[in-house]
Design a protein. Structure first.
Length: 134
């Protein structure tokens, strides 16, 4: 999952630098929704690596996970946002370790704060509320 995280992080950086045909970031994928789903899966893998890895790798995994999390938000993928939100909720409900619960409570606050900030200023909030057109 380390190489998967690094590879998708490269895709995110590429998406920042190269404009796409869409109004959202698509990275190296063919569509922003694909990019959002890949970023969601990568974020889940990397946040789990943070919990179960050695101390010396935790900072690297954390930075990669945050970058992939930002990729989900910039893709504007409703499925990616919903998937990461449900995963965080599942972790909060199932975890008994207080440290993990605090990490994910912070992630929920960041998720909703950044998401609504981004959606308001890009006009994507209307996209989130209306059904998909295809």
């Amino acid at each position: 999952s380390t190489y998967y995280g690094i590879g998708n992080s490269i895709s995110i950086i590429y998406g920042f630098l190269v404009p796409s045909n869409f109004s959202r970031v698509q990275g190296l994928t063919s569509h922003p929704n694909h990019f959002g789903m890949i970023s969601m899966i990568t974020s889940i893998l990397l946040f789990n690596c943070i919990i179960f890895s050695e101390q010396r790798f935790k900072k690297m995994y954390f930075l990669l996970a945050i970058l992939n999390f930002i990729g989900i938000i910039l893709s504007g993928s409703r499925a990616g946002l919903m998937g990461i939100s449900l995963w965080v909720l599942l972790i909060l409900l199932s975890s008994k370790r207080m440290k993990i619960r605090l990490l994910y409570k912070g992630l929920i606050v960041i998720t909703f704060g950044v998401t609504f900030f981004y959606l308001q200023f890009t006009g994507a909030f209307q996209r989130l509320l209306r059904p998909s057109s295809y």
